[in-house]
Design a protein around this ligand. Sequence first.
Ligand SMILES: [Zn+2]
Length: 239
Amino acid sequence: MVEKLSLGSIQADVLRKRIKHVHLGVFPPEGAVRISAPEHMALDTIRVFAISKLAWIKSQQRKMQTQVREPERDYINRESHYVWGKRYLLQIQELQAPAKITLKHKTLLLQVRPGTSREKRQELLEAWYRQQVRQEAQALVRKWQAIMGVQAGKLLVQRMKTKWGSCNPKTGLIRLNTDLAKKPPEHLEYVVVHELAHLIEASHSERFVAAMDMFLPKWQLYRAELNSLPVRHEVWGQH
Ligand SMILES: [Zn+2]
């Protein structure tokens, strides 16, 4: 059951859970506030806690609302699309043949059957981006597993709304965001190293930071760049 908590101009959803402590989060894209609270905690106690976080909530919401957004795409000729941090102009070529995507100089050539819909063109490009990330990430995982002395599990590349990547330290499952194919290659490498470092240390503790500093001394720069580049329609975090 979700309770509503009103904090002046801010509305928060309160979810009751079997937990010991209250947690508060601000979520993209609009900055929705969600509070997880122990089942029997008084609403007034939750309110006092939330009010103590108001300044932080507002700063998080401001950040999400001012973040540069990448415009909606129509998947038409002469539209800009990014591949590994470089800008390409989309060229649609209609042909009675299986769909194909190729990079040629500054052109991203999308060959489709005549009359292919916008949705289908988007889907084709997304699948291609996913394949790009998978291919590069597999090589990077192999390289960094050996350097870091860890063993990753399954690798999944998918659309992710709020994260560049994630790692389950128990199963070794690594998920990567398809949109990494639009960013410079060193950003993918940073995310791969970050996720593999979770196999050394599950949390973002000092030990985790020390591992990152050792393996990828410039990781903080990559993280800052990754978070300042245009995002699709969401705000990105990383875990
Ligand atoms: Zn992390």
